[in-house]
Design a protein around this ligand. Structure first.
Ligand SMILES: NC(=O)c1ccc[n+]([C@@H]2O[C@H](COP(=O)([O-])OP(=O)(O)OC[C@H]3O[C@@H](n4cnc5c(N)ncnc54)[C@H](O)[C@@H]3O)[C@@H](O)[C@H]2O)c1
Length: 366
């Protein structure tokens, strides 16, 4: 069974690439026996994966509490978390009991957050069922819900006990969600693995149809993320590299108010292209780099500029305003992660806002 060991000073864990049944079997029997196991999921993830998980847990003498939400970002709400916690406590859920998150990044973030705060922290197993969650959100221990002041502003670090990535769960994922996750997968290659990017280039036509190729790409992309969070768990320095494309991307995303018209990963592919354009203006990367990445995203069907959104009311001034209110802003300066080449980035907080405005205008007028 392929694994990634996420070795941290405290609370190390394994990411397993296995089907749910085999993944669950790696857990010591006494860790599951005679406990309550709360499974938090949403209808889409549960419809396609709950039977297998229940079957995997059926040989343990444990009480299963299923909490199944409707899909969507709206679940990342403090009120939803509180309702779930109350439900668990009303069923005498104890500190020795376990929470399993079965779903995409929304469910992973919400259930990790609940596991981090109920009884000041209980065991958490994450079973990510979207591409985005398998390459990104299930690794690194960030768990949060949204606030009316912005995304992910109420949260904690909660490392899972175990992450089980079953590639077969991606079989039912809508193409749009698959592509949104692919943007984050590519992001990791651009940050730290040029060879992975070549692998993606070479397999671009087959990647979504051949699970051996996709599995290899997921594993190597997750390795980049794991490598970074092992070096900087609490985002004091290099973990910020993972924000490549996110300062532009978050601003575009928040313009749409997270209403489903633009998915996170869709905003990130646009944001990454804008980061390359910024690098080019600063002579950090070459025109060829910009072309290669734009072409790659175009070929798979990801967005590379804002014109294709067909939104007439986006103004560069509005987007830069939103960039200024991003939580990554420190003391009023916009921080950008900028590519130097494929596989290497740097953090800059000195980019002149006129350059950013120029990029935004260009991306709107393309
Ligand atoms: N914690 C982190 O480090 C981190 C990193 C990146 C993103 N995130 C968060 O992740 C979230 C986005 O995650 P996402 O893209 O996985 O979205 P998501 O969880 O909303 O899942 C996308 C859609 O796929 C459906 N789905 C899930 N599994 C399925 C399956 N196997 N078959 C069919 N449908 C399925 C879901 O119901 C949903 O409709 C955002 O809230 C973002 O903030 C967190």
């Amino acid at each position: 069974m392929r694994t990634i060991d996420v070795n941290l000073v405290k609370d190390s864990y394994k990411v397993l690439y296995a089907d749910i049944q085999n993944g669950i079997q790696t857990i010591l029997r006494e860790s599951l026996e005679d406990r309550k196991i709360a499974i938090i999921s949403d209808t889409d993830a549960a419809n396609n994966n709950m039977d297998e998980l229940e079957k995997a847990l059926s040989s343990y003498n444990s009480e299963i509490i299923k909490i199944i939400l409707s899909p969507g970002e709206k679940n990342k709400e403090i009120k939803v978390a509180e309702n779930i916690i109350n439900k668990l406590l009303s069923k005498k859920f104890e500190r020795r009991d376990i929470i399993i998150g079965l779903g995409g990044g929304v469910i992973g973030d919400l259930s990790g957050f609940i596991a981090g705060i109920v009884h000041r922290g209980v065991k958490f197993i994450n079973i990510p069922t979207t591409l985005l969650a398998q390459v990104d959100s299930s690794i690194g221990g960030k768990a949060a819900v949204n606030s009316k002041y912005g995304k992910n502003l109420i949260g904690c670090f909660k490392q899972p006990e175990l992450v089980i990535c079953d590639i077969n769960s991606l079989g039912t994922l809508p193409k749009r969600d698959l592509l949104a996750g692919y943007a984050e997968l590519v992001k990791h290659a651009l940050i730290g693995d040029a060879e992975l990017f070549s692998f993606l280039q070479n397999n671009i036509k087959k990647i979504f149809n051949d699970y051996d190729i996709l599995q290899e790409a997921i594993y190597r992309s997750a390795l980049v993320k794991a490598g970074i969070v092992m070096k900087d768990t609490h985002e004091k320095n290099i973990r910020a590299y993972l924000n490549l494309g996110h300062t532009y991307g978050h601003a575009i995303e928040s313009f749409y108010k997270y209403d489903g018209r633009l998915l996170h990963g869709e905003a990130i592919s646009i944001g990454i292209v804008m980061a390359f354009k910024t690098s080019l203006k600063l002579n950090l990367c070459s025109l060829e780099h910009l072309h290669v990445i734009t072409d790659h995203f175009n070929k798979v069907g990801l967005l590379t500029d804002m014109t294709s959104l067909g939104e007439k009311t986006i103004l560069p001034e509005k987007i830069i305003d939103l960039m200024r209110s991003d939580k990554k802003v420190t003391k009023g300066t916009i921080n950008l992660v900028l590519p130097r080449e494929i596989g290497s980035v740097e953090i800059r907080n000195d980019v002149n806002e006129n350059i950013i405005l120029d990029i935004l205008r260009e991306t709107l007028d393309n």
